[in-house]
Design a protein around this ligand. Structure first.
Ligand SMILES: NC(=O)c1ccc[n+]([C@@H]2O[C@H](COP(=O)([O-])OP(=O)(O)OC[C@H]3O[C@@H](n4cnc5c(N)ncnc54)[C@H](OP(=O)(O)O)[C@@H]3O)[C@@H](O)[C@H]2O)c1
Length: 178
């Protein structure tokens, strides 16, 4: 196995963009159900839009379909092994490593590169990230997609936490570092 993309860039003398992850997770680890978010929390959507603006989002095809387009005000790279799929407004990569290298070259976006899901992209991308923005939703949800259960082995330093509530559903915006 060769260097992962961040190591490769460093070995080439380049300063890579920071790699961050952003996710909203139910108490039981659920992140999705039937291709959608299992909850509706306007403040969390606003937080997601605000934090990722100006950077590059790396996502899977189901996430692209859920959003319905490449979001404005940021770059998007979709990871898919299927060359017959197309993602208007987004770059396409066949692996996460390739996606990170493409994001690195998208000079017009000066912000971090964001791992934004779904399940496999999180599982593969989280160990490469230096910062995790996790919205922790204080309830169990039924779901079919999950966030890596062992994320707290990677991220040990809680940098900030801000609580919120919407229609009786409590949550907290947490920022973690390694
Ligand atoms: N709670 C949250 O913060 C959050 C965030 C994001 C998503 N979600 C939820 O998660 C669900 C969508 O995510 P998902 O896991 O179903 O799908 P997804 O990650 O959007 O797409 C899965 C597909 O991505 C491609 N892929 C993934 N990893 C790859 C890799 N390493 N190399 C090449 N291709 C790769 C494959 O597509 P091909 O078959 O095209 O190769 C795979 O079938 C929805 O329910 C959504 O609401 C929740």
């Amino acid at each position: 196995m060769g260097l992962h993309p961040v190591g490769l860039l460093t070995s080439l003398g380049a300063v890579p963009k920071p790699l961050h992850c952003i996710v909203a997770v139910a108490r039981n680890g659920v992140i999705g159900l039937g291709g959608r978010l299992p909850w509706h929390i306007p403040e969390d959507l606003a937080w997601f839009m605000d934090q990722t603006a100006g950077g590059v989002m790396i996502e899977g095809p189901a996430c692209y379909a859920e959003l319905g387009k490449a979001l404005p005000g940021r770059g998007t790279v979709v990871v898919s092994r299927d060359p017959s799929k197309s993602f208007p407004g987004a770059e396409q990569a066949t692996s996460l490593a390739e996606a990170i290298l493409i994001a690195e070259r998208m000079d017009q976006w000066k912000g971090p590169t964001w791992i934004t899901g779904g399940q496999r992209i999180y599982a593969e991308g989280l160990p490469l990230c230096e910062r995790l923005l996790i919205t922790r939703i204080d309830r169990d949800f039924e779901g079919d997609r999950f966030f890596p259960a062992d994320w707290q082995k990677l991220f040990t330093k809680l940098v900030s936490s801000k609580a919120g509530e919407y229609q009786g559903l409590g949550y907290a915006f947490e920022v973690w570092e390694r």
